[in-house]
Write a protein that binds this ligand. Structure first.
Ligand SMILES: C=C(C(=O)O)c1ccccc1
Length: 375
């Protein structure tokens, strides 16, 4: 029976333990370039079995929030090299989450102040975070999106392929494709945001087409053994809705099972909220989704996330349901989370007020057990 602290092979990536750091947006990389403070933050958390970086847009069009790091500027790749070197020197493993926000953006963040793009011209009626000309930060309404032309879609698929190559050039051990939380790929998957009438809309097969094309392009570029994918079947994040998630995600899981991937990362319930959240009026069966993946030949690790603590994480691994458990807020506040879970030590409480934006406070100043003992 496996334990949360046993090593595991995630495709081509060997992990020391099964505790992953979930992707966490922190808005601390001005001009989309990773900086030395980011290096310290990730290095501090290198004892994670796997670090998944914050969402990292593959293009400026894919950027939806101020001060998030990208994969599309040469100086950003140089910045990421410092991060990956530091984590590797501590013996850690790190991948980046490749992101396209779709409609969750604002004209001020878009190329030529243009409209954000989406499967259909349906606004998210949500909020995003921008930096005003005077340097002050502000949450604003997301801008009205425009529907992507059919002729534009191949270019977005290629942007993910190029992003994956850039990630490997920056020293990452692999990538996670961000297919969750109401961003572009999730917008195409779900009926609440996708009302296209071409081959990317309507049927489940058509709505899953973009996701599968991106998976194939990325795995084709860097190898499936260094490619993972994050999905969120029922989340309401960014006002995304789906009228019948089970058949959609059983189909997606079955199609992914036919492709070589290192892992599938599933957010259970509402992101950062209730695990029993549902859409379409009935409970979602995550075990059925995993069974569809394995039945189709899927050999990638099964990573789970959302509201896990030490005990429920250990149970999920020891039962054989999950192979890896990803922790978000706990890693914000506990750089040495693995040690704390192993020893049953009390966890630092995360300070929500400093989650997004700012500097070292609430980012690199959380104490480790070692630091407290040395006081
Ligand atoms: C990348 C995010 C996600 O996946 O939900 C995100 C973005 C902004 C704030 C919190 C989370």
């Amino acid at each position: 029976m496996a334990s949360l602290f046993d090593p595991i092979q995630l495709g081509d990536i060997a992990l020391e333990n099964r505790v992953a750091m979930a992707p966490l947006t922190r808005n601390r990389s001005p001009k989309a370039v990773p900086n030395n403070l980011n290096v310290v933050y990730y290095e501090q958390r290198a004892t994670a079995g796997l670090i998944i970086t914050e969402g990292t847009p593959v293009t400026q069009q894919g950027q939806g929030y101020a001060d998030v790091p990208g994969l599309y500027l040469p100086q950003a790749i140089e910045g990421w090299k410092k991060v990956t070197d530091a984590v590797h020197q501590r013996g850690g493993k790190i991948i980046t989450q490749m992101w396209h926000v779709g409609r969750i953006s604002h004209t001020s963040l878009q190329p030529n102040d243009g409209a954000p793009v989406a499967p259909s011209a349906l606004p998210a009626n949500g909020k995003t975070y921008i930096i005003n000309p005077d340097g002050s930060g502000a949450f604003v309404e997301t801008s009205e999106p425009r529907a992507l032309e059919l002729s534009e879609i191949a270019g977005i698929v290629d942007d993910f392929r190029k992003g994956a190559r850039a990630a490997i050039d920056a020293g990452f051990d692999g990538v996670e494709i961000h297919g969750a939380n109401g961003y572009l790929i999730d917008q195409f998957l779900k009926t609440g945001a996708n009302q296209r009438t071409d081959e990317y809309g309507g049927s489940i097969e058509n709505r899953a087409r973009l996701l599968l094309e991106i998976v194939e392009a990325v795995a084709g570029e860097i190898g499936g053994g260094r490619t993972g994918l994050r999905l969120s079947p029922v989340t309401p994040a960014n006002n995304i809705t789906e009228e019948d998630p089970q058949p959609l995600f059983d189909y997606v899981a079955g199609e992914l099972g036919k492709r070589d991937l290192a892992f599938i990362h599933v957010i259970e319930g509402a992101t950062g909220g209730p695990r029993d959240f549902t859409q379409g009026g009935k409970p979602f069966d995550y075990h059925a989704m995993k069974a569809a993946y394995r039945a189709a030949g899927g050999k990638g690790a099964w990573m789970v996330n959302n509201g896990y603590d030490g005990e429920s994480a250990k149970a999920a691994i020891e039962s054989g349901y999950a192979d890896v458990v990803a922790f978000g807020r706990s890693f914000i506040a506990n750089p040495d989370l693995v040690e704390r879970l192993k020893t049953g030590a009390t966890l630092n409480a995360p300070e929500v007020a400093t989650f997004y934006g700012g500097g070292a406070k609430g980012y690199t100043d959380y104490p480790t057990l070692e630091a407290v003992a040395a006081e």
